[in-house]
Every structure is written in structure tokens, then in C-alpha cells.
Design a protein around this ligand. Structure first.
Ligand code: SAM
Length: 347
């Protein structure tokens, strides 16, 4: 599987993720005779064949360059054609580790959407595991199926199905899933349909991804009714904090600044009276930094007081959402509490 196994050289038919810039990565299926066109110029596919993944290529007139990257689920998430909202890497990596998805895991995913998370699941479960993914929108289902085949994701089965209506069972297959991921508008309708497809012998983890709190409330009620335990809510708010130093400013500095401005005004007026150009004269280095003007000071420079601060960047791709996690114990770990009519769980 291309997305799982590493490969050294690019061959005809390979998917290459062409890195044009930090915000532009384009999927290209290499075909002899074709060209990849960018605003920097045209790159013949023939110039890619035989190169190592990771190589840089330039346009014939050296006007621009791109990098030829090997596909990974993370890069695919950054470059895939969006057909729906997608799960981004900060969220999918957190969910994978929270659910302990591993080589050999058996995963149910609904809906497939644009297949962003599907690629990450497929790599994590590897060839020893299995992924069952469900999508009820026909065009999305067909497109995802075509992409998964092209990408060699042969450890998954995609099914065209409304899971809320018709559940998850697949003819002649014991899904025996140990992991469930629901990215659906109404996960509470799908949860009761999981009973026959999740493992009875292993602990099963579930994660429901919902943007609204009203959805969370309904899902929690259903998880409780269906015997899921350890229900936990995580709010995803990916943010990138950039740290830097800010100069400490005292009242004395503000007074000094006002005196400086006043002095400059006076000097300016005198220059005008003398028939000189005040702006040219102002280009002089005054040696004092009136908070930005005058002498240039480099962040952290000696001779000033600095404090460490952090600034919020808005670049992290994720969308604000709620993640509900819960688990179900294997049947042998559940015993009936004889003191009441209810079933209680003990480990
Ligand atoms: N996790 C996906 C990704 O990373 O690309 C995105 C999923 S998208 C937000 C939700 C998908 O669920 C849509 O494609 C929608 O058609 C599908 N869907 C909604 N309700 C469904 C249902 N009852 N059964 C199957 N698929 C459903």
C-alpha cells in the first residue's frame, strides 16, 4: 500500500504530492507525456519519473521549483479534494492514540466523507487489521471507493449504506470491531445498531465527533442507555502559540516618549522656518527608541527589560468540535448484579 509502505523512486502511475508552497500541495498521478502546470511554470511528468521521492525539480528556465513528496495520510489531508468537512491531523492523531488504534485493530468508521481520516485509520491498522467504512451519499461513496483503490488501501471495505437506518452488518463477515468512529450528524441513531458488530471478547472504544453541544447531549444519553462506560468529553480547539519577547514599558518611558515627540515637533517647526525639509532630517538616528520609531532595537537586545509573551496564530487546521469517548467491556468482564434488576459492570 503506497500510503503504508515507503518507496524510493517515482514510477509512472505513482501518486506524487507536489509541494508548491506551504499552503499548496497538489496530488499528481504521474503519466508520461503530461504536464503539471503552476504559476511558476510547467513541470513535465517525465522529469519526475526515476527521481527519488523528496526531490526538488525546477522548471526548464529555472523560474520555479517544487518538491515531489511521497504520499502520507497527513499530506493527503492537506491536499485532498474536499467533498465534505474533514478531520484534520491534529484531531485524527489525538483520536487514534486515545482509542489506542494499532496494527491489527478492527475499525468501523461512518461516514467516510472525503476519506481524510480513512487514510490515517488504514495506515494505523496496517495489513493485519481491517477498516470498515460507511458512506450513504452515493457520489461521495463512489469517489472515495475510486481513490482508495488507486491508493492501494486494500485493508478496507467501503459500503454504501445509511448506517442510522440499516446498521453496520456486512454479509458473511464477522466485523468483530474493537474501535468505532462516528462522524455523523446523528450518532445517537447509529449507536444502538453497533451491538452485533463490535467485539464481545475485547474492550471496544468509541469516539463520536460532533460540532454542537446539543448533539453531544443526545449522544451521551444513548451511550449510557446502550451500556457504554467511562464516557468522556474532549473539546478540540487547536491553536498554535508563538512565543516572543515584549519590551517592558514603564511610565517613565511614556513621559520620555512624550518629551521626545514634543522636541521633534519643535525641531520640525524650526526646520520649516529655516526652509529645510523636516522629513529628510527626521531620518537621523536619534538613539532613543520611542516604542517603534527612532533607533531600531532587535527583540531581546541587551540594555532593555524584556518579558516572555505568547501570541495566538490562526494557522492550525482543525475545526472546533466535541469528541465523545467511551468504551464497552468484553462480555466476560460484565457480571449481573443480583441485588437489582439492572446489569452492572465490574472488571
Ligand atoms: N471523517 C470524514 C473525513 O475525515 O473526511 C468526514 C465525514 S463528513 C463530516 C460526514 C459524512 O457522513 C458525509 O459524507 C455524509 O454523507 C455521511 N453520512 C451522514 N449520515 C450518514 C449515515 N446515516 N450513514 C452513512 N453516512 C452518513
Amino acid at each position: 500500500m503506497t500510503f503504508v509502505d515507503r518507496k524510493k523512486y517515482i514510477q509512472e502511475g505513482d501518486l506524487v504530492l507536489v509541494y508548491v508552497s506551504r499552503t499548496l500541495i497538489k496530488p499528481v498521478y504521474v503519466k508520461s507525456g503530461e504536464h503539471f502546470n503552476t504559476r511558476f511554470g510547467s513541470f513535465p511528468h517525465d522529469s519526475m519519473i526515476g527521481l527519488e521521492f523528496g526531490s526538488q525539480i525546477t522548471t526548464p528556465k529555472d523560474r520555479g521549483f517544487v518538491y515531489l513528496l511521497q504520499p502520507t495520510p497527513e499530506l493527503w489531508t492537506m491536499s485532498l479534494p474536499h467533498r465534505t468537512q474533514i478531520v484534520y491531523t491534529p484531531d485524527s492523531s489525538y483520536i487514534l492514540q486515545r482509542l489506542n488504534v494499532n496494527v491489527g485493530s478492527k475499525v468501523i468508521e461512518a461516514g467516510t466523507g472525503s476519506g481524510s481520516f480513512t487514510h490515517a485509520f488504514a495506515r494505523s491498522v496496517n495489513e493485519e487489521g481491517k477498516l470498515y467504512t460507511f458512506e450513504f451519499h452515493e457520489t461521495r461513496y463512489l469517489k472515495a471507493k475510486e481513490e482508495f483503490t488507486k491508493h492501494g488501501l486494500n485493508n478496507l471495505i467501503i459500503t454504501h449504506r445509511d448506517v442510522c437506518e440499516n446498521g453496520f452488518e456486512i454479509d458473511n463477515i464477522d466485523l468483530d470491531a474493537d474501535t468505532v468512529f462516528l462522524d455523523l450528524p446523528a450518532p445517537w441513531s447509529a449507536i444502538p445498531k453497533l451491538t452485533n458488530v463490535i467485539s464481545k471478547n475485547r474492550t471496544v472504544g468509541i469516539c463520536c465527533f460532533s460540532p454542537c453541544f446539543e448533539q453531544v447531549v443526545k449522544t451521551v444519553e444513548t451511550l449510557q442507555d446502550e451500556g457504554w462506560l467511562d464516557i468522556e468529553l474532549t473539546e478540540v480547539q487547536g491553536r498554535l502559540f508563538e512565543s516572543h519577547k515584549a519590551m517592558k514599558r514603564e511610565v517613565d518611558d511614556a513621559v520620555k516618549r512624550l518629551q521626545f515627540v514634543k522636541e521633534k515637533q519643535r525641531e520640525g517647526l524650526e526646520l520649516i522656518k529655516a526652509g529645510k525639509h523636516p522629513r529628510k532630517e527626521a531620518e537621523k538616528d536619534y538613539g532613543f527608541n520611542p516604542f517603534g520609531k527612532g533607533k531600531r532595537i532587535i527583540e531581546g537586545e541587551d540594555g532593555y527589560e524584556w518579558m516572555n509573551v505568547s501570541r495566538l496564530e490562526h494557522e492550525v487546521k482543525t475545526h472546533t468540535s466535541y469528541l465523545l469517548f467511551a468504551k464497552k467491556l468484553p462480555h466476560h468482564a460484565i457480571k449481573v448484579n443480583n441485588n437489582s434488576n439492572n446489569t452492572s459492570e465490574t472488571i
